[in-house]
Design a protein around this ligand. Sequence first.
Ligand code: PEP
Length: 251
Amino acid sequence: MRKPLIAGNWKMNKTIAQTRALIAEMLPGLTAVEGVEKVICPPYLALASAREMLEGTDIGLGAQNLHWEASGAFTGEVAPQMVAELCAYVIIGHSERRTYFGETDASVNKKVKAALAAGLTPIVCVGETLAENEAGRTAEVVGGQTREGLKDLTVDQMSKVVIAYEPVWAIGTGRAATSEGANAVLADIIRPALKDMFGAELSQAVRILYGGSVTAANAAELFAQPDIDGALVGGASLKPADFVKIVEAAK
Ligand code: PEP
């Protein structure tokens, strides 16, 4: 029932020229896979060029962040409508933004609402740090980020949101969560929080991705889990053959 989604988070990698080259390399492999929603999220400055290259394909485009205000004196920021001119998706609340740029559950909540108002599909990231995990605080942290980040959305709005569970200790470390461990967080923490907030039906309809050192080698095992609906992929999304294999594994 839930269509698998694989999104590539390119982070602060690739110039416009490099973006064009990377898309050209992965496009044939990606377009060949049906039944999976495929999204790439290059840096802002490469989005217009990427848009041109993806025109007429079934590959979606996403930004990695946005501001919640529509316009104004926010030097260096990008407004939701500006993103929506080029993209259908936007990553919100990635742990790197929480850690290095002071994002909070409150700012995530404002961004999710602004993204939805602009017609974008938000991919909202939640996840505990290693210290929180080791202190047995995963349920408190991930449940809290889910509740606060998605606070006051209507059921209709929530039906358009995608969640990505990304344990911070697994991002870029080569140490992915076990497939059972990741699934347990989705099934026992995130979906129950969604059930409390939005009802049983919606809690089962929302797509939840796993992110954190997903590779061509571990993707199939992760996707075999009942609650994992795809992946937010960092490092491996910059390797065309690997990213295509991950998309194929989600089929
Ligand atoms: C990410 O940054 O969202 C991510 C999951 O990175 P990686 O796949 O490199 O761990």
